[in-house]
Design a protein around this ligand. Sequence first.
Ligand code: ZN
Ligand code: ZN
Length: 341
Amino acid sequence: MFELLFLGTSASAPSIHRGLSAHLVIARDYRFLIDCGEGTQRQILRSGVGFKRLNRILITHSHLDHILGLAGLLSTLVRWESLDELEIYGSRWALDRVQDLIYRVVFRNERLPIPIHLVDVQEGVFFETRDFTVSAFPVTHRGAGCLGYIFQEKARRPFLVERAEALGVPFGPERAKLVRGESITLADGRVVQPDDVLGSEVRGARYVHTGDVGRTDDIVEYVRGAHALVTEATYLSADAELAQQFGHMTAAGAAQLAAEAGVQTLILTHLSRRSRERDVLAEAQAIFPNTYVARDFDRFSINKERGVTKLVSEQVDSRAALESADESEPLELLDDSPLEL
Ligand SMILES: [Zn+2]
Ligand SMILES: [Zn+2]
């Protein structure tokens, strides 16, 4: 199971109600921050999730609305929080800019209190535990080295307790061995094979995050079969030309991708200040009904059996304010697209 916490859902520049791109993926004991737009540090504080174990940061691409928050967050994390080291993952192009930000601005002429590893990510799996993998795939946006990320739980064969009991397999290490795929010999000399007590394989939860993306035909296969797809909807169809010009997607384009790739649930983020949330939602849902538009502090769980569930936010007060504000939120008719540098 994975859990998502959105910390920033605005494109290019923050709005009154939305911070810049950042969200947290929680996978068992691991936490991954994906992107770190300006203001992420305060969003983490407001979310109540805390800084503990926040030692892996994945960067989708080098645009400032996705990395500027690293400056503030890192200066706090390495001085005040009990981390032993920090890993920042991204393409070489993204890491070049991150390196300048860290070593030429934040920690200029200083020794780092803890090691910060910049991990140059190539396409494919770059992080693996017993239970899940994280892999990267190339996306077309603006500039080189833009990446999407896939969190994939490993497939499992369930242990069939009744069958094990019928065969007389005792509790304890014998059962663990069978789960690991090894045969065992019982006290009476009978041999039990893993196939005798394991059911057929059940695929694990799959979560795909595209980051900013301007083209979808080359990513359909990476997205295919996701329980949850988080992608951008910077524009509405009325502004499809601008979307194309700046390498972004429309809400309709995102919905078509979700439909074509057979995903279960679509979650849209990276909204322009030009767009109203309800218009983005309506445009996407006309094509792909099971769509959410994420707001800051929204949480979702992704489970292989139950699919995607929106969790009740702990930020009751700010959500109430946000919800009433959204109804009357005026369109900010700013052409903010070129600001994404
Ligand atoms: Zn962006
Ligand atoms: Zn971008």
